[in-house]
Ligand binder design. Structure first.
Ligand SMILES: Nc1ncnc2c1ncn2[C@@H]1O[C@H](COP(=O)(O)OP(=O)(O)OP(=O)(O)O)[C@@H](O)[C@H]1O
Ligand SMILES: [Mg+2]
Length: 367
């Protein structure tokens, strides 16, 4: 599967732009603020109807316009599919071969993953970024997991509502029976989250290319706030024990401190905490190897190679690491890289499409 061509209208600074893409490797290069990230964002948008930059997609509509359109031709063997997403101020509508398609079905058409500099929060930021990263990967292979997550969050909010009340007005102010009802539900849902995240981390570990960039071993482990025991049959009992042990703390704080919303994905390089001891290049490399593992897990499940977008490919990486990453193109799906280094893509010009981006418009580099 690959994206054959793209046509974009009024998406950020891309007033109107078209290009035919290389089936394996594409570079968008140009000066700062030219529109390189916008091109990658548009591709991501075509696949997911979401932006990797903002939770408010309407921000991507060109200033002073009310609609953006991204279209693409997707090739799968001999078959071709016309994908399109219309983005209005308050709406997003997806089309396949000019027929409207419900969002949920549409997402399966063109799987795409992105790695941007903001994603370095997965390595450098708090545990919530790593949980989100895991959940996103899981959702890509198991869209139904989204319902469990939404339910878990909703139930957690209900429990927190009671804990908040108890912390402000005293334990007598809340109905303990009601708290138990929410906790039963929470434990049930937590068990599902715990099990799926553990299985997914196991899959990532199996597909992780150890030693791709660094000789030192990168190790990552899912660390539950409930139990070190990964067996799900023991999980509810352990959860209850933890809640009992932390009951006073939860009442005092006014929020729940036990559950998957407090879990962590530990990342180590050569046995040491990556966040504290890794160099910037090592951090970005580790993120990319994790991304490649996510792609491989997707591929193993669906026998389909997702698109992979890497924004600012030269940031934090030296030439050797970029070469290693590009060499991966042979094992993975279609790749899209952006860079502000004009000479970097030239080394690949015989085996890639190079687009110079100026004011949002692409010009294909020809030898
Ligand atoms: N909704 C929008 N409408 C019009 N222009 C926008 C919109 N949102 C952002 N821009 C502008 O698009 C331009 C290009 O942004 P983009 O992030 O793609 O640059 P870039 O080529 O990736 O630059 P850099 O090398 O600095 O990362 C910027 O000047 C930005 O302000
Ligand atoms: Mg950019």
């Amino acid at each position: 599967m690959h994206l054959q061509s793209l046509a974009i209208t009024d998406f950020r600074n891309i007033a109107s732009g078209q290009c035919s893409l290389h089936s394996r490797l594409n570079f968008f290069y140009g000066s700062n603020a030219a529109g390189k990230t916008n091109w990658l964002e548009a591709i991501y948008f075509l696949g997911t109807t979401r932006s990797f930059r903002t939770a408010h997609p309407a921000e991507a509509i060109a200033y002073d316009h009310t609609q953006a359109v991204v279209r693409g031709t997707l090739a799968r063997g001999e078959s071709r599919r016309e994908l399109a997403v219309n983005l209005g101020v308050r709406s997003r509508t997806a089309y396949v071969n000019a027929k409207r398609e419900p969002n949920r079905d549409y997402l399966a058409n063109m799987p795409v993953f992105a790695c941007t500099m903001a994603d370095l929060s997965v390595i450098r930021g708090g545990p919530e970024f790593r949980r989100k990263y895991l959940d996103e990967g899981l959702l890509s292979v198991d869209p139904g997991y989204g319902d469990t997550l939404v339910d878990y969050d909703r139930t957690l909010r209900q429990k927190n509502r009671l804990l908040r009340k108890a912390s402000r007005k005293g334990i007598g102010a809340i109905d303990m029976k009601e708290l138990e009802v929410w906790e039963d539900r929470l434990i049930d849902l937590a068990r599902g989250v715990h099990l799926k995240r553990n299985l997914y981390v196991g899959e990532l570990q199996r597909h992780f290319q150890q030693g791709l960039f660094d000789q030192e071993v990168i190790d990552f482990q899912y660390v539950s706030s409930v139990t070190a025991d990964s067996r799900s049959d023991m999980y509810p009992a352990r959860f209850r024990e933890r809640i009992r042990a932390r009951r006073e703390a939860e009442f005092a704080l006014g929020y729940a401190v036990v559950g998957p919303h407090r879990d962590e994905l530990n990342l180590k390089l050569g046995g040491r905490d990556l966040k504290r001891f890794g160099s910037s290049g090592q951090e970005r490399s580790a993120l990319l190897v994790l991304d490649l593992a996510r792609l491989a897990v997707y591929n193993a499940r669906f026998d389909e190679k997702p698109l992979f977008l890497v924004d600012d490919v030269d940031a934090e990486l030296d030439g050797r690491r970029i070469e290693t990453l590009v060499a991966q193109a042979h094992g993975h799906g279609q790749l899209f890289f952006s860079t502000s280094k004009f000479d970097l893509p030239l080394a690949y010009s015989s085996d890639a499409a190079l687009f110079l981006i100026e004011n949002g418009s692409p010009t294909l580099h020809s030898l």
